[in-house]
Design a binder for this molecule. Structure first.
Ligand code: GDP
Ligand code: IMO
Ligand code: MG
Length: 419
């Protein structure tokens, strides 16, 4: 199980791609096209939205019931992969996954606009409204696309309510039934070959002794229950979300690799204790190319936060860590690492504050580690890392009591050192 240990964009795609070589199945269990997983291989860059990062190796790629799917985006992605010479024959989509409908996109946009400076800073891909309708039991599922009568009926029921909302609350254009129903009946043709009972399929693969990788989307602190609510996404991003989202038992997961950057980034609004206050933020952003995969927005950059990472280790049961983008830190003489938070009453803690106001107002307490000031792009093995880089990694391990088994030294597939 591979899971993002910060606020997303930790480099999960690259790590999953690396481990997919030796796996048989790669499964997504949460989220939708709000995810953007980048893989750089053989001089080509792939930005995946829906498809699991096993697609480059031609592995069986599963999109489970816990995901939400925008059929237009999904089909575009399938077409792009085929165009680039990759087979999509082994892609499997759960009929229980929910469909992102045009009103979900319109409501996501309208809601953000209306919230103004209180906005969440979503990716505007309709994620929250789709999961909300799922919980309301008003959602449209992938399997509904294959029954035109049911589909029309469900769209009609939904539109009766959504159009009032769109027009009266957000002053947006209403959505027309005919056009929409026809378009979605068209999607059904294209999607039919991919539909499978994905829970059964994964269960059988495990029984047959095949190796299954679960690819988390987003990150721990964006989890709906345990993240920095309301500045979170609307799905379960944690390792515990995988069995529920796929439909297997939790006892089937035997190891959890947390992926964390050697620093921290966050896209969108919300508290961020270690956000860098000096020009160094801009330097990290430029050196790390920290611009969103999905929206192109600038990512906010901060120093490594071990309080938040300790929380991620707890929430996910992380058994080992992949620490990515260590190369980006080569530019700095000194590296502040947050080991504790100072709360408003002056006390210090190394555990993540359970109360939102404590988190919003806490100040990071840093230990400053020496930088190494050497590029890492020529380093071929972990033992050959500069001493200060090794010490940085060891410091993280010591503070978290979790081994770091992979270190990222560049975006390309080869730039990961095993420890
Ligand atoms: P994901 O959403 O977790 O898969 O991460 P993203 O793909 O959104 O963002 C991570 C970015 O960092 C991508 O552009 C990757 O190509 C890049 N990347 C991943 N690992 C490394 C690394 O070790 N060093 C550098 N410099 N870039 C990396
Ligand atoms: P990957 O899988 C970074 C953030 C958005 C916003 C909040 C809610 O590439 O790591 P949403 O559209 O989900 O309702 O937005 O969550 N967010 C991400 N940030 N990486 C992601 O995915 C994200 N998915 C959602 O920026 O703050
Ligand atoms: Mg991303």
């Amino acid at each position: 199980m591979i899971v993002g240990a910060q606020w997303g964009d930790e480099g999960k795609g690259k790590i999953v791609d690396l481990l997919a070589q030796d796996s048989d199945l790669v499964c997504r269990y949460n989220g939708g096209p709000n995810a953007g997983h980048t893989i750089v291989a053989d001089g080509q860059t792939y930005k995946l939205r829906h498809l699991p990062s096993g697609i480059l190796w031609g592995k069986e790629c599963v999109i489970g019931a816990g995901c939400v799917v925008d059929p237009g985006v999904f089909i575009e992605e399938l077409d792009e992969m085929e165009r680039r010479g990759l087979s999509t024959e082994l892609v499997r989509l759960s009929g229980n996954a929910h469909v992102i409908m045009p009103w979900h996109l319109a409501i996501d946009r309208g809601s953000e606009r209306r919230l103004g400076r209180l906005k969440i800073g979503t990716t505007r891909r309709g994620i929250g409204p789709t999961y909300a309708d799922k919980a309301m039991r008003l959602g449209i599922r992938v399997q509904d696309l294959f029954d035109p009568k049911i589909l029309r009926q469900k769209i009609e029921v939904a539109l009766a309510e959504k159009n009032v909302w769109l027009e009266r609350v957000y002053g947006a254009e209403p959505i027309e039934l005919e056009e929409l129903a026809e378009g979605h009946e068209g999607y059904a043709q294209r999607l039919r070959p991919f539909i499978a009972d994905t829970s059964l399929l994964v269960d059988r693969a495990l029984r047959d002794g095949r190796s299954v990788l679960f690819e988390g989307a987003h990150g721990t602190l964006l989890d709906l229950d345990h993240g920095t609510y309301p500045f979170v996404t609307s799905s379960s991003t944690l390792a515990g979300g995988a069995p529920a989202g796929i439909g297997i038992g939790p006892t089937r997961i035997d190891s959890v690799i947390g992926v964390a950057k050697a620093y921290v980034t966050r896209v969108g609004e919300g508290p961020f204790p270690t956000e860098i206050e000096s020009d160094d933020q801009e330097r990290v952003r430029e050196l790390g190319a920290e611009f969103g995969t999905v929206t192109g927005r600038e990512r906010r950059c901060g120093w490594l936060d071990l309080v938040a990472l300790r929380y991620a280790a707890r929430l996910n049961g992380i058994t080992s860590l992949a620490l990515t983008k260590l190369d980006v830190l080569s530019a700095f003489d000194e590296l502040p690492v947050c080991t504790r938070y100072r709360l408003r009453d002056g006390t210090e803690t190394d555990e993540f504050p359970p109360h939102q106001s404590d988190f919003h107002h806490c100040r990071p307490v840093y230990e400053t580690l020496p930088g190494w000031r050497e590029p890492l792009d020529r380093v071929g093995e972990a033992a050959a890392l500069p001493g200060a880089a090794r010490a940085y990694v060891e410091f993280v391990e010591g503070e978290l009591d979790v081994p770091v088994t992979l270190v990222g030294t560049g975006a390309e597939r080869e730039r990961a050192l095993a420890r």
